[in-house]
Design a protein around this ligand. Structure first.
Ligand code: PHE
Length: 468
């Protein structure tokens, strides 16, 4: 048998797993989700979901990945054909997320250059500039392509060579930059209103939608519910303690999201803008902060967007890797060939998504354009259900002793909270996710799309024994 690729070192694994988790989800998506959903209350619920549900699911994903030494589909299948579908949903989720993620990655890349070429010379025009840019039929496509090509090149180089090296250098850069931005933001006049918005929860507006949004954000941001952490765990050496690694990755991920929130909202309130600005939030507020800094602003802006692009890249690389690992493990394809074929499809879906924000805005499926279709379908349904299935699988299919063995490295390491974790996975998480999903789906506007998503899952489940 061919020796399975492995991470070069422990810190390399943490960097890569944290690199997958920390991405556009923390810096682009988290602030606007929080803004749209009322601020502090959303953030508190999100934190609860992250540490009770997300962390537990991450531990389970690492354990199953390392135990089986296989990526998502193979890992499920090695226990039972009835469960193959749960892995297939993960691969499908990776494809769908890659349907819109590279579009936003491309925006970020574009903003590196825009920062340096006059974007910040007129703070008042920055908002309209963003709207005009993403609706343009050509420009964002070019940037998206460049972003995808980087992805393809990194994943084609393989685990330790490409992904790990890129993550090791670039993640720390991002942290330093965000800390700098946060300092700047909280010292602006009127910043306290923004801090109040994120740290003073108002639960009066919380609805089923808010809960589903917070749960979806928790899964998305931690890269859970679609086999990514199973795949990364499968490359992890038997020496590592899994719960510790999961805690470090989760804490880093949450830390970056909160840092991004503290960087954005005080500035936003200081500039007298609305928190509900939607997906443009980071691309408008951050350039304005830098524009107000004078001559040095554009340079800082460019460095910020380089770091954001890199964070996005270490995440999208993990998404592509989920698909590639599937093609290698289950289809016996070569790494390079699987990277190019998966990447090719992603170019097409990315183009459709990007155009749906401009010239193709009239083309809708279940009432939404391609961008929103991919986004809502994954974030609001596939990941949550995927996470729930993984919990059920770990709790009811995998043997308890096997999990204990894997999580304690055959009894060599302590995992004092094992029983609490196990009960969370077996009982609490499946029920909690189901309740939130039902509340959210009945409350959300796009009910048709949600039902469509559930139908795909049901069909895959029925044909599961035939899937590979
Ligand atoms: N966690 C990544 C982010 O926050 C996105 C992602 C989701 C990556 C699922 C892999 C799997 O940007």
């Amino acid at each position: 048998m061919k020796q399975r690729e492995n991470w070069g070192s422990r810190i390399g694994f943490i960097m890569a797993a944290a690199g997958s988790a920390v991405g556009l989800g923390n810096i682009w998506r988290f602030p606007y989700m929080a803004g749209d959903n009322g601020g502090g209350a959303f953030i508190l619920i999100y934190l609860g979901f992250v540490f009770v549900i997300g962390l537990s699911v991450m531990i389970a994903e690492f354990a199953i990945g390392r135990r089986t030494g296989l990526a998502a589909v193979g890992a499920y299948k090695s226990y039972s054909d009835r469960w193959t579908f749960a892995g297939v949903i993960g691969v499908l989720s990776a494809f769908f997320i890659m349907g819109f993620y590279p579009v936003v990655g491309g925006w970020s890349l574009a903003y590196v250059f825009k920062s340096l070429t006059g974007l910040m010379s007129d703070a008042g025009a920055i908002g309209d500039a963003f709207g005009g840019f993403i609706g343009n039929p050509v420009e964002p496509l070019g940037w998206m392509l460049v972003f995808l090509v980087f992805n393809i090149l990194i994943v084609a180089k393989g685990i330790a060579g490409g992904i790990e090296k890129a993550a090791r250098i670039l993640m720390p850069t991002l942290l330093v930059l965000l800390a700098f931005l946060t300092l700047r933001s909280v010292t602006l006049p009127g910043a306290s209103a923004g801090l109040e918005f994120i740290f003073k929860p108002d639960f009066s507006e919380v609805s089923g939608q808010t809960l589903l949004a917070a749960l979806g954000q928790a899964f998305f941001s931690l890269s859970l519910g679609m086999g990514c952490m199973i795949t990364y765990g499968s490359y992890l050496s038997k020496k590592e303690t899994l719960p510790n690694n999961a805690l470090i990755v989760t804490a880093l991920d949450v830390g970056v999201a909160i840092l991004a929130g503290v960087a954005i909202f005080p500035a936003l309130f200081s500039f007298g803008m609305e928190p509900t600005a939607g997906p443009g939030l980071v691309f408008v507020v951050v350039p304005i902060i830098f524009a107000e800094m004078g001559a040095i602003g554009p340079l800082f802006g460019a460095v910020f967007f380089i770091a954001l692009t890199v964070a996005a890249l270490t995440s999208s690389v993990s998404l592509l890797e989920v698909v590639v690992a599937y093609l290698i493990d289950q289809r016996g394809m070569e790494r390079k060939k699987s990277v190019y074929s998966a990447g090719g499809i992603m170019i097409v879906t990315g183009i459709l998504s990007s155009l749906s924000l401009g010239v193709m805005s009239g083309v809708t499926i279940f009432g939404v354009g391609f961008f929103d279709f991919f986004d809502i379908l994954t974030d609001k349904i596939f990941l949550a259900i995927g996470g729930m299935l993984l919990a059920i699988f770990a709790g009811w299919v995998v043997k308890k002793e096997d999990l204990y063995d894997e999580l304690t490295n055959s009894g060599e390491k302590e995992f004092g909270l094992f029983n609490i974790w196990y009960n969370l996975i077996k009982y609490v998480i499946p029920i909690a996710v189901a309740v939130v999903a039902v509340m959210g789906i009945t409350d959300i506007e796009q009910t048709g799309l949600m039902i469509f998503g559930l139908a795909i899952i049901a069909i895959l489940a029925i044909f599961s024994p035939k899937l590979s």
